[in-house]
Design a binder for this molecule. Structure first.
Ligand code: ATP
Ligand code: FE
Ligand code: MG
Length: 347
């Protein structure tokens, strides 16, 4: 099926077009520069930027794919979770286009889309697949048995998201924003064993699949402060490498354990932090040792985009899932178990 997908859950206006598991277009407009001077995403600014970028981005995607809107088999949109006002812009646009064109509308889950996008890179997702989603807003382990209807949360962070930890440590080291890419770069020239930073929630009594990064963040900040207090130079590369190692050690250890415990032999990693070179390398090493197949999409498909929404929409069409009704609304806290928001159907 030929499906157009719209993503507006945060600061990226994404419009993607797929045919089944083939990517045809992935147009994106980001308002990240407009938020930089505020030091974080400002919801009102994001909503306004989505409104301005929506129609041009849809036109750009259709042009890039070389298809006509009348040939679409459906329009998918992120219904949640995310920023309420930002989501509303995408949902309203999707409804307007679907209604005007007479196409079925599919409101889908943002997290399930982050998993489903891997189909565009590596072909149909094996069932079941374990997914490690790590971004600026999420750190979760999810078990997908059917990406259109059966995604089960195994664990998630109890405080900061992994990407958030990278961003905070980069700030303490005065390396700028976003912190992930720059820490990744410095870490390559550092010693990951130089400093033994704590591994959160890895004790025998701790939840097996939950994550915690705020204790690590505090430990790293204190370590740096102690150095500065006595006038010693901070070994930025070693701190970056040791901090990064603590994060990816826990992420990969728990992901592999979840696969083993559940008897799942495919692991996918998604979200912006999946771009991390050490996370990719250690995950591959540990998966190979455990006999688990690893799937990590290219970085552009790991961060928020419209193609992932289209990919999940195409799966909804293929599996004959009920389309959403015209009263579909955005749900900022849509649970991950709601892979899509079905309605009573409208065609
Ligand atoms: P959401 O959770 O809604 O997707 P988001 O927009 O913050 O929120 P992404 O755009 O997927 O998430 O990812 C951005 C995050 O990924 C940032 O925190 C950034 O620091 C982190 N990141 C990007 N590249 C790397 C990298 N190489 N290593 C570690 N972290 C990285
Ligand atoms: Fe996201
Ligand atoms: Mg982003």
């Amino acid at each position: 099926p030929l499906v157009l997908g719209i993503e507006t859950s945060c600061d990226e206006t994404g419009v993607g077009i797929v045919r089944g598991t083939t990517l045809l277009a992935d147009a994106i407009a980001s308002s990240v520069d407009e938020h930089a001077r505020f030091g974080g995403v400002v919801p009102e600014v994001a909503s306004r930027a989505h409104l301005e970028a929506m129609v041009p981005t849809i036109d750009r995607a259709l042009k890039e794919a070389g298809v006509s809107a009348k040939d679409l088999d459906g329009i998918a949109v992120t219904a949640g979770p995310g920023l309420a006002g930002a989501l509303l812009v995408g949902v309203s646009a999707a409804k307007a286009y679907a209604y005007a064109l007479g196409k079925p509308l599919y409101g889908v889950n943002h997290l399930a889309s982050h998993i489903c996008v891997d189909q565009l890179e590596h072909g149909p997702l094996p069932e079941p697949t374990m997914a490690l989603l790590v971004s600026g807003g999420h750190s979760s382990l999810l078990l997908s048995s059917d990406i259109t209807s059966d995604v089960r949360p195994m664990g998630s962070t109890i405080d900061d998201a992994a990407g958030e930890a990278f961003d905070k440590i980069a700030r303490v080291l005065n390396l700028g924003f976003p912190g992930g890419p720059v820490i990744d770069r410095y870490a390559r020239e550092g010693d990951p064993r130089a400093i033994a930073f704590p591994r959160g929630l890895t004790g025998p009594r701790d939840a097996a699949y939950d994550f915690s990064f705020s204790g690590l963040k505090t430990a790293v900040a204190r370590w740096i402060e102690a150095k500065r207090a006595v006038g010693e130079e901070v070994p930025v590369r070693d701190v970056a490498a040791s901090f990064q190692e603590a994060v990816v050690d826990v992420l990969t250890r728990k992901a592999v354990r979840a696969c083993k415990d559940e008897g799942v032999d495919h692991l996918m990693i998604g979200g912006g932090v999946a771009a991390n070179s050490r996370l990719r390398a250690l995950a591959l090493e540990r998966c190979e040792a455990a006999g688990i197949r690893l799937r990590v999409p290219r970085p552009k498909l790991c961060t928020d985009n419209g193609a992932m929404v289209a990919a999940l929409g195409a799966e909804m069409v293929s599996r004959n899932r009920t389309a959403s009704s015209w009263d579909l609304s955005a749900d900022s806290s849509l649970p991950v178990t709601d892979t899509h928001v079905p309605g009573h159907g409208h065609d």
